[in-house]
Ligand binder design. Structure first.
Ligand SMILES: [Zn+2]
Length: 300
């Protein structure tokens, strides 16, 4: 109840209707933001810098060179090998609903593209598709992406945003952690670089596999990154966790992330690193020139 109603002094104004989807409230500072303006700023709040979730189409458009995106393996669809269901809710129906909602066949989109003129094999987790969970399709797509990177000697880049392994596929989803990690290790043996970009949130089986295996690990500010969530850890160890635990800044401080990059600078940073990789080990470098890598702890 408004204060003037309680005091009985002032009449309340008639409510103005705000059309849905025109304004949004910043999740960081609570400011009211104009949707179109927020889109123009890559969904970063102009007041507090909070990074709101960016839809995958917009993410792809922002990160790769215009006209260079060539999507691959789009048709892979999970065939529900376990015929999984919880009560009346069938996994098969959940997948169908997610396909309808997102227009993608699963939670990962992979393709060939250039970033700042450098050819890459790049992939994006789609958090809108069942929380970006990694099942057999996501694992297969990442593996194929790494295999293409190996064959073409192009760096691989993965933008991670995931709740973890897809429980509805049971052990088959857990197997993807080993499968993608094995594909990744073949890149390392061949000295083909792999850059992991951690977005909010990167958790569970994805955090425990490919997300943390990058030659270079970049993260957006304040992204939640970790295996189990903070509440589960607190309940298990019966201790309060430190402030900012499992956020990008905490991980940077503890050597788990190499650099935190704000979204508007992310493409230029990746492009600079690709140029540097091209100048040092001869992988596809496109138009790039050798330059220094971003500051941050060195990788082994
Ligand atoms: Zn804000």
């Amino acid at each position: 109840m408004a204060w003037w109603s309680r005091s009985g002094g002032l009449p309340s104004e008639p409510k103005k209707s705000v059309p849905r989807g025109v304004w949004t409230k910043c999740e960081g500072c609570g400011a009211t933001l104009y949707e179109l303006e927020l889109d123009e700023c890559a969904r970063v709040c102009k007041f507090c810098g909070h990074h709101h979730r960016l839809p995958t189409d917009a993410r792809i458009a922002l990160m790769v060179d215009e006209g260079s995106w060539h999507e691959l393996d789009r048709d892979l669809i999970s065939n529900d090998p376990l015929e999984f269901r919880v009560d009346e809710r069938r996994y098969r129906d959940q997948v169908k609903a997610a396909i309808k909602k997102t227009g993608s066949n699963d939670a990962y989109r992979a393709g060939s593209a250039t970033i700042g003129g450098h050819p890459v094999e790049v992939g994006f987790f789609d958090f809108a598709f069942m929380g970006g969970s990694m099942g057999s399709v996501v694992g297969e797509k990442i593996t194929r992406q790494f295999e293409r990177a190996l064959e073409r000697r192009r760096p691989a880049v993965v933008f991670c945003a995931s709740g973890g392994a897809r429980m509805q596929e049971g052990v088959l989803s857990l197997m993807q952690m080993a499968k993608t990690s094995a594909a990744r290790s073949r890149l390392r043996e061949a000295a083909v670089p792999y850059i992991a970009v951690l977005l909010h949130p990167t958790t569970g089986g994805v955090a425990a596999s490919i997300a943390m295996l990058g030659d270079l690990i970049l993260a957006e500010p304040k992204a939640l990154i970790g295996f189990a969530g903070p509440r589960v850890i607190e309940q298990t160890i019966r201790q309060q966790l430190p402030e900012g635990f499992q956020r990008s800044e905490f991980l940077l401080e503890h050597g788990m992330v190499d650099q935190i990059v704000e979204r508007p600078a992310l493409k230029a940073t990746i492009s600079r690193v690709l140029g540097w990789f091209a100048g040092t080990n001869g992988v596809s470098g496109g138009a790039g020139t050798a330059s220094r890598p971003p500051s941050g702890p060195d990788q082994d």
